[in-house]
Design a protein around this ligand. Structure first.
Ligand code: TA6
Length: 296
């Protein structure tokens, strides 16, 4: 249901029969909570997060559009996460069935102001769905509605912050042997080694042409997050570690120990849309007991 969240910002709460829930703020179209049937919070939101426009909310699932990071002339990660979205009351038919699922449709269109910094018309729809098993799905559809015949290009990411018990006991499977751009080494291209990724220092890597399925294993919780994605060939892995964490005003000094960003993204090859064309990018998150996933 639609209700007031922190600082009186509007948010929508989705509930599922077994007690799973999700919350999405209209500010930023920003998912800030995803809980399992035991009421455990699966996403990380900093205790120092600003729920105050124009700052973005530190945690949850910020949507990076029309620009990932500083890959262009806009503010870092674009402006979609700093805008008020609206509830879309008459969305075009969604191909994926959302029957017997709790979902909300949000829409973002550019204001006059926005057109000054990014001179394009678009309709950006996001459907947030809570599935019967507590899976959380985000489906984005971006349509070029320019009337001047102009195409536009953009980069995109679901900048998902997963909550983990202890970053030093987390493994990521699915990115082995892939090429990546290392943000800590001038975005030079490297090749990942052959076994699961573990963490003992700051990481900020853009993995290229990644598989549709990526697993994040939390040893202590005996829980595996699974990301299934479509239309999002790349995946960013980020943990600021201690030094960077201290440098972030909206991030607790020790909080890096309890979060990991794994971000389904389209970065290496920007998406180009001609007027009338639509792009779809989907990520489905699930949290399963690790015993099912350790061997896969
Ligand atoms: O996705 C990783 C990254 O690009 C890092 O370089 C770091 O800047 C992070 O995003 C957070 O960015 P933000 O603008 O939300 O502080």
């Amino acid at each position: 249901e639609l209700c007031k969240g922190i600082n009186g910002l509007d948010k929508v709460v989705l509930r599922e029969v077994r007690g799973c829930s999700a919350e999405v703020y209209l500010y930023g179209g920003h998912v800030t909570s995803w809980k399992n049937e035991h009421g455990e919070e699966l996403l990380f939101v900093s205790s120092k997060a600003n729920f105050k426009p124009p700052k973005s909310i530190r945690g949850g699932i910020p949507i990076c559009f029309p620009q990932f990071s500083n890959l262009g002339s806009l503010e870092s990660h674009g402006f979609a996460r700093n805008r008020f979205w609206n509830i879309d009351t008459d969305p075009p038919p969604f191909p994926t069935t959302s029957s017997n699922r709790a979902f909300i449709d949000l829409i973002l269109k550019p204001t006059e102001e926005d057109m000054k910094i990014w001179p394009h018309s678009y309709e950006f729809r996001v459907r947030v769905t809570l599935g019967p098993g507590g899976d959380l799905m985000l489906t984005s559809r971006i349509r070029n509605t320019n009337t001047d015949g102009k195409p536009f290009s953009f980069t995109f990411a679901y900048h998902t912050y997963f909550s983990v018990s202890d970053i030093s006991e987390v493994r990521v499977e699915g990115l082995e042997t892939l090429d990546y751009l290392d943000n800590l080494q001038n975005r030079e291209r490297f090749t990942e080694q052959g076994d699961a990724i573990t963490f003992e220092s700051e990481v900020d890597k853009i993995y290229l042409s990644t598989p549709t399925k990526i697993a994040i294993l939390d040893h202590e919780k005996k829980r595996t997050f699974v990301i299934r994605k479509d239309g999002l060939p790349d995946a960013v892995v980020w943990n600021p570690w201690d030094k960077k964490a201290k440098a972030l005003a909206d991030f607790g000094d020790d909080e890096y120990k309890h979060m990991l960003c794994v971000e389904a993204a389209a970065i290496e090859k920007p998406i180009t849309l001609k007027p009338g064309e639509e792009w779809k990018g989907r990520q489905e998150l699930s949290a399963v007991p690790s015993s099912y996933c350790s061997g896969q």
